[in-house]
Design a protein around this ligand. Structure first.
Ligand SMILES: Nc1ncnc2c1ncn2[C@@H]1O[C@H](COP(=O)(O)OP(=O)(O)O)[C@@H](O)[C@H]1O
Ligand SMILES: [Mg+2]
Length: 301
């Protein structure tokens, strides 16, 4: 702790940050919903820090703040209270490209902010035609400009979260390593499978991130083991530690990636971001001699 406190706290993000080693680009835009209907599990923290880490790794990233509380916008230092954002887009009053804002201090990190009007969206969307697909239509307009798009959801499974599911290719679930961690997960998975069946067959639960991990406690380790056994392929096996600097960063309108890039939380988020990028890089085409020879024999038979 002592050295954490002694490190200088930057009041403002200055300059552009880039890592020496770039992160892998995906073959096409990867669009993630970050969801868990429990509040306070680390959705917003995970969204903004992975997005910031990827932007530092040379990727073009967009964060869409779909929570009326606007925590993601705050953490990225984007003015949101008095300006048009995702609500106005969902209502069809403006286009996505009109409300995209640049995030200071990053080469290619953008944000579509939320504002308090978004709290009315759940009600106002109900009467709209194709109400579940408003966000998808809006994202389609800008998605080619990005390698990664992350949608930070509110803590509910209402129409906003459904819009995110319908607009995404992948689902990222942050799981807090605490006692009730897996409670409610079945409801989330149920919603996911209904959306997949009825609205968006391309949606894939690809990624699970463990948050607020405390390696000293048996509970954290038990939860991690449990998640690992249920989701061996989806789990990113680099837990985000519970760390003071991670929770302090938003009050300086920053992600921990700029607030204290050498702190344990920042390092963990950097590793998780790199792992997600690695998993998403285009696979090399492998020449499979068995398949070719089977086809060949089939051809002359
Ligand atoms: N790794 C962490 N270490 C310490 N505090 C954290 C960590 N991750 C999140 N927090 C804090 O926990 C609270 C909830 O996190 P948040 O990302 O806002 O959750 P959600 O978006 O799911 O509601 C916030 O105050 C945040 O700063
Ligand atoms: Mg949040």
């Amino acid at each position: 702790m002592a050295d954490e406190v002694s490190r200088e706290t930057p009041a403002k993000v200055v300059g552009v940050r880039r890592l020496k080693e770039a992160m892998a680009k995906p073959a096409s835009t990867r669009i993630f919903t970050v969801a868990n209907q429990k509040g306070g599990v680390g959705k917003t923290t995970t969204t903004v820090n992975i997005a910031a880490a990827m932007a530092m790794g040379g990727l073009r990233v967009l964060v869409i703040d779909l929570d009326p509380q606007g925590n993601a916008s705050t953490a990225l230092g984007v003015e949101h209270r008095d300006s048009a954002g995702v609500y106005e887009v969902l209502m069809g009053n403006t286009s996505m490209s009109e409300v995209v804002k640049k995030v200071a201090g990053f080469p290619a990190l953008d944000c579509v902010s939320s504002n308090t009007s978004l709290a009315n969206a759940e009600i106002n969307l109900v009467s709209m035609v194709a109400r579940e697909l408003q966000l998808k239509a809006a994202i389609d307009e800008v998605s080619a400009n990005y390698d990664y798009i992350f949608i930070d959801c509110p803590p509910s499974l209402g129409l906003l979260t459904i819009n995110a599911f319908a607009a995404s290719k992948e689902l990222l679930i942050p799981i807090q390593t605490e006692y009730y961690a897996l409670e409610g997960l079945s409801q989330l998975l149920e919603t996911y499978s209904v959306v997949k069946k009825r609205l968006n067959p391309n949606l894939n639960l690809s990624t699970i991130v463990l948050t607020m991990f405390d390696s000293r406690t048996r509970l954290s380790n038990d939860v991690a083991a449990n998640v690992r056994s249920h989701f061996p392929n989806e789990l990113i096996d680099i837990p985000i530690p519970r760390a003071v600097r991670v929770s302090e960063a938003p009050s300086y309108n920053q992600t921990v990636m700029t607030y204290d890039p050498l702190s344990p939380g920042a390092i963990a988020y950097m590793q998780v971001a790199r792992e997600i990028a690695e998993r998403g890089k285009p696979k090399d085409v492998v020449f499979d001699s068995n398949v070719v020879s089977i086809n060949y024999k089939g051809g002359i038979a």
